[in-house]
Write a new protein. Structure first.
Length: 357
């Protein structure tokens, strides 16, 4: 799934379930930021941010972020390392169902509404109910957003795995269609990638499983016997998420009041830039007054500022040493990394437990 679901849908559903606009924004921002938190190198800070749960070396004043996504060249580099696939893809985007034998393909396979992914959401909701102050509440909202990202992805990524896995991830003969159209072959570049990309996640299918406006199918046909209509799958995910959130707040509206609007938005998806501008798009049309505003740099910029001294500037530009940062007042960035670390540990522990004889 892309920003249309992880940010926009999550924000709509959270507010629809009874969360305030501000709370819904925090949940939705954290949900989308899972796809944008690509930092993976230690950051020297001028002082301790005093946030429990993050990886911070007090002696050296170095913060080590939790990487939850890879992009561009980092994606290609990480694909060859099992540790990178496990810590990023498996823990945040391809939560395994953990059924069958640990070495079997079923064990690693993603199942929509899978038990471990659902457990992550319910755990975050429990933390939210027991929060005793605003800091704990904010941290719980961010944990919920991260968990909802992974949970929603079980619909888009069903039957795949985050491992290098031929049994679950190998495919060919990709075809797509838009609503009301006929099946057609993918473009030549997508066709080439379906054979050239590694059997990791849905790399061979490219972005097809994440696009709300299309249906797609492939060989072997057992993966998608009649083709997978993403809009229908995404609506199923949204309905389940609304149900979970509404039960937690006790203040949710009916699914029928939002279903048709979401379907219209899925047919006209937009990109990152559209959520960072005031321009009109389908989300603003269908949900006026809610406000859609996502900038992947916001939490980072609220929390950190690069040091501006001459030697800091020259050293970072020449890559003589890591860029140094000064702390600012924002803490959501650090709360995100603490929550991501906790989810990663939970998933790894579940895998280890399920792997024991």
């Amino acid at each position: 799934m892309d920003i249309n679901f992880h940010y926009a849908v999550v924000k709509v559903l959270a507010h629809h379930a009874g969360f305030s606009k501000e709370e819904s924004q925090v949940i939705a921002y954290a949900s989308q930021y899972v796809d944008d938190a690509v930092a993976h190198e230690p950051m020297p800070l001028d002082r301790d941010p005093n946030v429990s749960g993050i990886r911070f070396d007090v002696a050296d004043k170095v913060f080590d972020p939790i990487c939850t996504a890879h992009k561009e060249l980092d994606y290609l580099r990480s694909a060859w390392k099992r540790k990178g696939r496990l810590l990023v893809y498996v823990c945040f985007h391809f939560i395994p169902q953990l059924r069958g034998t640990p070495t079997g393909s079923e064990f690693k396979r993603v199942r929509r509404d899978g038990p471990l992914a659902r457990k992550l959401v319910r755990s975050a909701l429990r933390a939210l109910r027991t929060a005793t102050d605003e800091t704990e509440k904010t941290r719980a909202l961010i944990s919920l957003g991260i968990a909802l990202h992974s949970y929603a992805d079980t619909w888009a990524h069903q039957r795949f795995s985050g491992e290098w896995d031929k049994a679950n991830n190998d495919m060919s003969n990709l075809k797509i269609k838009a609503a009301g159209a006929r099946w057609r072959d993918v473009d030549p570049v997508s066709w080439f990638l379906s054979y050239a990309m590694p059997n990791i996640g849905h790399a061979e299918a490219g972005s097809l499983p994440d696009r709300s406006e299309i249906a797609w199918k492939c060989s072997p046909s057992k993966r998608t016997p009649k083709g997978q209509t993403n809009c229908d799958e995404f609506l199923s995910a949204a309905e389940k998420i609304l149900s979970l959130l509404s039960r937690a707040t006790g203040d949710g509206a009916k699914w029928s009041t939002v279903r048709g609007k979401l379907r219209k938005c899925f047919k006209k998806p937009v990109d990152h830039e559209d959520f960072n501008r005031s321009r009109k798009h389908e989300w603003r049309t269908q949900f006026p007054g809610l406000g859609f505003d996502y900038d992947e740099r916001r939490w980072f910029d609220d929390a950190l500022r690069p040091k501006e001294g001459f030697f800091d500037l020259v050293g970072s530009r020449l890559r003589l040493d890591p860029e140094d940062f000064e702390l600012r007042s924002g803490r959501e960035y650090f709360y995100f990394h603490a929550a991501a670390k906790e989810q990663r540990n939970t998933v790894l522990d579940a895998i280890r437990t399920a792997s024991k004889p």
